[in-house]
Design a protein around this ligand. Structure first.
Ligand SMILES: [Fe+2]
Length: 366
């Protein structure tokens, strides 16, 4: 086990789920399930507030490389999923990428928003210690305040649903499971390069939607974008915490929820591209505007993000697929359309935090 995890687990021993609401038992390890040791665990261990840190951006280093896409030299296929977002790669073994290759990967993900690597059995089968080492290369690993994690590995965020339990964030009262968001955007330093893969998946369904927030912004008129650049918005983790406090998703809140203010239009530190940075799940209001003004502008932007299929890509998972996205310039949504099949969907996310969002407008004070 990696040093930091050891430190955390030794300092804060894992406790039983005493006091957890009924019906939110942790999935029992099944000896027949290959990834039983990665099933979600809901330790009530708590953590202090996150502290600011200096993010070292690996994509910046690759800008100096003579051939910044050299890490794709061994690929058998590199196909753009859509013109604006996403690339699908076959024939590159992520588990074997050295530091130079990882820097180039970070640059490619920054440029394409999403890069999907097929056939990554070695990466997935190397297990949780490797996942941590991988993630730490790209930034400080985030510990999710409410989701399940493999026992002893709080830095790994799990999504999980099977015939008996769901540990996803789902809105039963909604007409759709589609909920566009950028992961944990309520943090002062939200994630950058984010790695996600499935350990178990339904026969069909459970795809993931992605959208380019760079393209979403480009669709708007220059006058409106100029106004948006002057705005900042509150992002909140309170509702997500309350969802767990209501006894759902394992019923634990490990760190008190936070709210932070981010620019409505942020600038990517490597590409310099501007991206819309609001999302329906976590953005709550625009600072300084009247309630109705804020709701109208955010409502318009959410509708724009929701319905702009021309900015989106849809990832259909296959066994041993690893998806890597830039959480700063894209948004995504789960599609929970497989519930009736009672099949298991078990995914793991490695989530390094990045810089505090950089305003596109230099004069914007946060
Ligand atoms: Fe997400």
């Amino acid at each position: 086990m990696a040093t930091t995890t050891e430190t955390i687990t030794q300092a804060l021993p894992t406790l039983s789920l005493r006091g957890a609401p009924s019906g939110q038992e942790q999935p029992r390890p099944e000896s027949s399930y290959r990834y039983a040791r990665l099933l979600p665990h809901f330790s009530p261990t708590t953590y202090p507030p996150l502290t600011p840190f200096e993010h070292d951006e690996p994509g910046l280093r690759a800008l100096e490389h003579e051939r910044p896409r050299a890490f794709l030299d061994g690929a058998t296929s590199v196909v753009e999923l859509t013109p604006r977002l996403g690339t699908e790669v076959h024939g590159v073994n992520l588990a074997q990428l050295d530091a130079i290759g990882r820097d180039e990967l970070a640059l490619e993900v920054a440029r394409r928003g999403l890069v999907v690597f097929r056939g990554q059995q070695e990466f997935i089968d190397r297990g949780p210690d490797f996942y941590l080492e991988w993630g730490r290369y790209f930034g400080r690993l985030h510990i999710h305040p409410t989701s399940g994690h493999p026992e002893g590995y709080p830095e790994l965020h799990l999504v999980y649903k099977d015939a008996n339990a769901t540990f996803n964030f789902e809105r039963d009262e909604s007409t759709t499971t589609t909920l566009w968001h950028s992961d944990v955007s309520y943090e002062l330093q939200p994630p950058g390069l984010t790695t996600f893969f499935l350990l178990s998946q339904p026969e069909t369904g459970g795809d993931t939607l992605f959208t380019s927030q760079v393209s979403c912004l480009k669709k708007l008129s220059p006058q409106f974008v100029a106004f948006l650049r002057t705005l900042k918005a509150v992002h909140s983790g309170v509702e997500q915490a309350n969802f767990s406090r209501a006894g759902k998703r394992g019923g634990v809140v490990r760190r008190e929820p936070v709210e932070n203010i981010h620019p409505v239009v942020r600038r990517h530190p490597v590409t310099g591209e501007e991206a819309l940075y609001v999302n329906r799940q976590f953005t709550r209001r625009i600072v300084g505007l009247k309630k109705e003004e804020s709701e109208t502008i955010l409502g318009f932007l959410y509708d724009h993000i929701d319905k702009s299929g021309d900015n989106q890509a849809r990832l259909k998972w296959q066994p041993y697929t690893v998806a890597i996205w830039d959480n700063r310039t894209t948004a995504h949504s789960a599609i929970v359309d497989y519930g009736e099949s009672k099949e298991r969907r078990h995914g793991a996310r490695i989530t390094p935090q990045a810089e505090r969002p950089i305003p596109a407008f230099n004069g914007l004070e946060l």
